[in-house]
Design a binder for this molecule. Structure first.
Ligand SMILES: N[C@@H](CCC(=O)N[C@@H](CS)C(=O)NCC(=O)O)C(=O)O
Length: 239
């Protein structure tokens, strides 16, 4: 697959990505910037300060990417595509780009599906409902099986779409790492085990030298224990 060539460094260099101190919706953007070799500020907003910041952002949400000229870009997957286009991590071919977008939209649906299981029930019952949705026959299993089938049809050699690393693989890595990393209580760490192609994508991205270097630096800055459980799962290959 032919990817758009990396744009001149000036478009992204010196940009600032603002989000909370967790992987969440920003991690795929952080990793794409790191893989693209972009020098950026990784601004982590402490939760108690968010109230002051919220209404200064374009949509009253994070993440926000501020470019060196002061322009602010928002909406996580839109920022991810923008970064991908400028970092050589987004397909140039329109059909391949549609496939990457399709998978990224499906990963957004995965979060909604997991969140909806047992919604409104007391915590323990919701946890039990989520646990029951993960084995074969459950709604989480069913959706992961659809993702597996998609990657089998459109990805090659441990990539989610096509045969090169792109933002779709990177988002698959972060979304599935969060899924098995305790973000959705009740979902066990083994939820992705029945899906070899999804696991292969996780492995490919987790082993990328820039990703390994990113998490080594995060652990060095703080400590393994101070990372969120989901970030510890993502950092697995680097620790
Ligand atoms: N559609 C938005 C959703 C952003 C969003 O909901 N961000 C959450 C964090 S993941 C947030 O800003 N929460 C704080 C708030 O809504 O006040 C996107 O994809 O960027």
């Amino acid at each position: 697959m032919q990817h758009a060539a990396a744009a001149p460094a000036s478009v992204l260099s010196g940009c600032k990505l603002s989000y909370f101190g967790i992987p969440g919706r920003a991690e795929a953007i952080r990793l794409s910037l790191a893989i693209g070799g972009v020098d950026f500020e990784d601004k982590r907003i402490p939760f108690p300060e968010w109230g002051k910041v919220k209404h200064t952002t374009p949509w009253a949400t994070a993440p926000v990417l501020e470019l060196a000229d002061g322009s602010e870009l928002a909406q996580a997957r839109s920022i991810l595509r923008f970064v991908g286009r400028h970092a050589g991590l987004y397909p140039a071919d329109p059909l391949a780009a549609q496939r990457a977008d399709e998978l990224m939209d499906a990963l957004e649906d995965l979060g909604a599906i997991v969140t909806s299981v047992g919604q409104g029930l007391p915590k323990e019952e919701q946890e039990a409902a989520r646990r029951a949705a993960v084995p074969e026959g459950g709604s989480v299993y069913d959706f992961l099986a659809r993702l597996e089938k998609f990657v089998a049809a459109h990805g090659v050699g441990g990539h989610a779409v096509g045969d090169e690393l792109d933002v779709a693989s990177i988002l698959t890595f972060t979304a599935l790492g969060r899924l098995v990393g305790g973000v959705y209580f009740g979902v066990p760490p083994t939820a992705c085990d029945p899906f070899p192609r999804l696991q292969a994508v996780r492995k490919t991205v987790g082993a990328h030298p820039a990703v390994v270097a990113w998490y080594r630096a995060r652990v060095a800055q703080t400590s393994l224990e101070s990372l969120s459980p989901a970030e510890r799962v993502l950092a697995g290959g680097a620790t």
